[in-house]
Design a protein around this ligand. Structure first.
Ligand code: BES
Ligand code: ZN
Length: 886
């Protein structure tokens, strides 16, 4: 028997991950069955009180009850036995590092039911986790707070003591005591609302009992909101809650949500099990959106559409986010991963299904093509690092869990599911999914359970194939050799792990679904097989000399292809003439780009290939070109010949730019609109004179009120003009920021500010990012925008070093700080900076950034080697280009 798994020892040798923190899961001796929770938030003092009774099942006799809690003060702890006897704990041990409390009783609790009750108090914190406060300005102009929850992954314990692990499913009865004039929401519909005895300003709102569910999906919101409402064709009451006076901005999401529910019902052949679903925009929110069962919370920018001020790209993003969170209502909420090691089952799957649903609702978005640039190539990028991790990743302590909400769990997860979907076909895939969701409803699963269901439905060796993708880190590079045998073509295909440093890595092997297309009919797949050995020969009949053969049509297989130069050259005419389909054009480019990064071939080869895209007109292919250009720009910004590169980029984008112009044509397609935004941004940032002049003119007219910029043109205009380093423009932009009401507009402006290269302005942007003008949820993105230019990068890094403690205190770990660390460090390109970043992170322990800082460090060293290798050759090539065009 073959074994596909490299030993743990080899993986540890390759990566430099620190030792995992000591961690133990809660004992299995006691299971929670039902929580009856009352919460009373105080929206002015920003504190809350709560009390709860938890019905337990003692599975093994024990004198100790251990559960999770964090930052709460507990009192009145009591345990009632089945006999009716009530006892109090002999001792209470709180462990802050383990985020637990243990109650020890003076008697062994017998097997069977028991009830644990307690009171608790805490702060409505400003960290966007647990039960927290979000501020807004009321219609009357007063500063007020909303109380809102964000529990995933491990923060329900900050709101009420609980068995805060996904496998401890229970039912919940939630009661809220809140001011009468506030909207109070939870997962389930309200069943009663009564005046609160003793204080007529308060009301007691009770919600229906929830289904069996994990703690991380519990949610409550108390605040002032308006809503729009509809009922989906399958009878679910859908509401979109918006800030007061802005209910119109919920219409788009409402339409998407009401259509998505019946679509998923049909797709999974399982109805959404709750009577209602609310989607609500929260002004301070750490991530993009959260799938709480029946009460999905969103950042404002991920939910609200203002027809005059929302760009086409943002609208598309909102459709994807709504599709994603609603997919979780089945995949995640109904069926939940047993432990965070299987987080990808939630996130990878939802990241795949969101595209299915948007493709169904908006075929004109051609969203599956965009999947490849948005998702697939991001995954391959991170996964070519030695410090990547397998999809199924051992994690324990909460700080480790936070860090795996990354491109592996999401994007690699989605990419391997897309590959599997193709391998099984839609019919068997759907049947397998239906069986999986039915069999495990209201329960928990391991990755293996999914393979079992899909294997049974398709009668294919799903587990055997898929384990090679989810248990091993990385992916293969398929090297192609080819020779002619009469009228037939014989290909030799060999697999080896692809590593970004070009080394051969380890002995990992995958079971690789291979497929091919030829120039006879580039849109047709001519053969499919599974490569289950290191190498194989494939004979394609009737492929005569002069016909090209492409591996991986549609860029679906999660691997890279390496062609010898003479085979690669054959594709150039097909790229120029666009007879090669878009996904194949961009796949070829991205694979070549990765080979260049890894040093398998020279950067000059990519620059040459890019010129074949001069007549390109597909948005997603341009988005891929932009991806390559952006990476090269980061690298070349460290040299003295950046102006030559800028000229190269301006030429590359000139033809398509002239074709698209500035004005949207009447009735033009969504993708044209996206393309114009992309192309104008590039032309502006690389200093195309005409674009710069026009951008200045348009911004002036926008500011003076003579002609409002259409939403799709704002980002290109803002960035282009800010990049001119003018202090007056900068002040105008900050003024626009302060005046903007729509959060999307604020984001657009604040993320453009980083385009400046003036040292004084850079400092001002960094300070602005930390100021009261910018919400904590947005600070990191403003700093990141600064780090995208060469002078900004050093300044952002210096700023981070000086303010790291403040940032750590602001976020207390979590997702945002990990993003920040990634983007401000990974574009350096010298050993000196690598050493500096390395010593900084080994001296200062920044929670939740261990994995990310190791990945960044590896990337810096890759950049360093790349620049050293190709610096001179790139310069020479760019000089020749410049001479030719003069
Ligand atoms: N379950 C996540 C939210 C989440 C992310 C919780 C990270 C804790 C840590 C949610 O389903 C999600 O994936 N949200 C994405 C948006 C999505 C469209 C990719 C997000 O917030 O970025
Ligand atoms: Zn998700």
């Amino acid at each position: 028997m073959r074994t596909y798994f490299i030993t743990l020892k080899t993986q540890l040798k390759l990566s430099k991950m620190p030792e995992p923190k000591p961690f133990e899961r809660l004992p299995q001796s006691i299971q929670p069955k039902h929580y009856d929770i009352t919460l009373q938030p105080n929206l002015t003092k920003c504190i809350f009180k709560g009390w709860q009774t938890i019905d337990l099942e003692v599975k093994e006799p024990t004198a100790k009850v251990q559960l999770n809690t964090l930052d709460l003060t507990l009192s009145e702890v009591k345990l009632t036995l089945e006999s009716g006897e009530t006892i109090t704990p002999l001792s209470t041990d709180i462990s802050v590092p383990n985020e637990t409390v243990s109650f020890t009783f003076d008697q062994t609790l017998p097997k069977g039911p028991a009830q644990l009750s307690m009171n608790f108090e805490g702060e409505l914190n400003d960290k966007m986790k647990g039960f927290y406060r979000s501020n807004y300005t009321s219609v009357s102009g007063e500063e007020r707070y909303t109380a809102v929850t964000q529990f995933e992954a491990t923060d329900a314990r900050r709101c009420f003591p609980c068995w805060d692990e996904p496998a401890h499913k229970a039912t919940f009865n939630i009661t809220l005591i809140v001011p009468k004039d506030r909207v109070a929401l939870s997962n389930m519909p309200e069943v009663s609302s009564k005046p609160y005895e003793g204080d007529e300003t308060l009301q007691v709102v009770k919600f229906a009992k929830s289904p069996l569910m994990s703690t991380y999906l519990v949610a409550v919101v108390v605040g002032e909101y308006d809503y729009v409402e509809d009922t989906s064709s399958d009878g679910v009451k859908v509401r979109v809650y918006t800030p007061v006076g802005k209910s119109d901005q919920g219409s788009f999401a409402l339409e998407v949500a009401t259509k998505v529910l019946p679509y998923y019902k049909d797709y999974f052949q399982i109805a959404y099990p709750l009577p209602k679903i609310d989607l609500i925009a929260i002004a301070d929110f750490s991530v993009g959106a959260m799938e709480n069962w029946g009460l999905v919370t969103y950042r404002e920018t991920c939910l609200l559409v203002d027809p005059h001020n929302t760009s086409a790209s943002q609208k598309q993003w909102i459709a994807l986010v709504v599709g994603h969170e609603l997919a979780h209502q089945w995949f995640g909420n109904l069926v939940t991963m047993e432990w965070w090691t299987h987080l990808w089952l939630n996130e990878g799957y939802a990241s795949f299904v969101e595209f299915l649903c948007v493709d169904h609702l908006f075929p004109e978005y051609d969203i599956w093509t965009q999947f490849v640039t948005d998702t697939y190539i991001c995954a391959l990028g991170l996964d070519s690092l030695k410090n990547s991790h397998p999809i199924e990743v051992p994690v324990g302590h909460p700080s480790e869990v936070d860090e795996i909400f990354d491109d592996i769990s999401y994007s690699k997860g989605a990419s391997v599911i897309r590959m599997l979907h193709q391998y099984l076909g839609d019919k068997d895939f759907r049947l397998g999914m239906h069986n999986y969701l039915t069999q495990h409803s209201y329960a928990n699963t391991f990755t293996e359970d999914l393979w079992a269901a899909l294997g049974k439905a398709s009668k294919k060796p799903v587990g055997k194939v898929m384990r090679t993708w989810t248990k091993q880190t990385g992916f293969p590079m398929i090297t192609v050799a080819s020779h002619q045998d009469g009228d037939n073509r014989v290909l030799t295909l060999t697999q080896q792990r692809f590593l970004a440093d070009g080394s051969s890595g380890d002995s990992s092997q995958w079971m690789v679904p291979l497929s091919f297309s030829t120039s006879k009919d580039p849109s047709k797949t001519v053969m499919e097989l599974i490569l289950d050995a290191e190498s194989t020969h494939v004979t394609l009949d009737g492929v005569t000399p002069g016909i090209w053969v492409k591996v991986n049509p549609g860029t679906i297989g999660y691997y890279r292809t390496r062609y010898p130069p003479e085979l690669l050259e054959q594709f150039i005419p097909a790229i120029r003439s666009k007879t090669l389909p878009p996904l194949d054009r961009l796949g070829l480019l991205d694979d070549l780009f990765a080979m260049v990064q890894a040093g398998h071939t020279s950067t000059v080869e990519v620059l040459k290939l890019l010129e074949a895209f001069m007549d390109e007109d597909n948005y997603t292919v341009w988005s891929e070109i932009h991806h390559c250009i952006a990476k090269l720009n980061q690298l070349i910004s460290n040299t003295d010949y950046h102006p030559l590169f800028a000229a190269f980029v301006r030429r590359l984008f000139s033809k398509i730019g002239d074709k698209l112009g500035w004005e949207a044509k009447a009735g033009e397609s969504h993708l044209h609109t996206l393309l114009r935004e992309l192309v104008l941004t590039q032309r502006g940032l690389y200093g195309d004179k005409e674009v710069v002049e026009e951008a200045k003119r348009r911004l002036d007219r926008h500011i003076s009120g003579a002609a409002t910029l259409p939403a799709d043109l704002r980002s290109p205009v803002y960035k282009t003009v800010v990049a001119l380093n003018d202090h007056k423009t900068y002040d105008q932009m900050v003024k626009l920021y302060r005046a903007a009401d729509l959060h999307e507009e604020k984001d657009r402006i604040s993320r453009s500010l980083g385009a400046t290269k003036d040292p004084n302005l850079i400092q001002r942007v960094l300070e602005f990012a930390m100021s009261d003008d910018v919400r904590n949820q947005d600070t990191v993105f403003v700093i990141i925008s600064v780090a995208m230019t060469c002078p900004g990068r050093s300044a952002a890094w210096a700023f981070f070093k000086a303010h790291h403690q403040q940032l750590v205190d602001r976020y207390e770990g979590g997702y945002l700080i990990a993003r920040l660390v990634k983007y401000i460090t990974e574009n350096f390109a010298s050993e000196e900076m690598a050493t500096e970043v390395e010593s900084f992170f080994s001296e200062k322990q920044i929670p939740g950034t261990d994995r990310t800082s190791q990945q960044s460090l590896e990337t810096i060293r890759l950049n360093t080697a790349w620049l050293k290798r190709d610096k001179e050759a790139i310069k020479k090539y760019l000089q020749t280009c410049a001479e030719k065009s003069n």
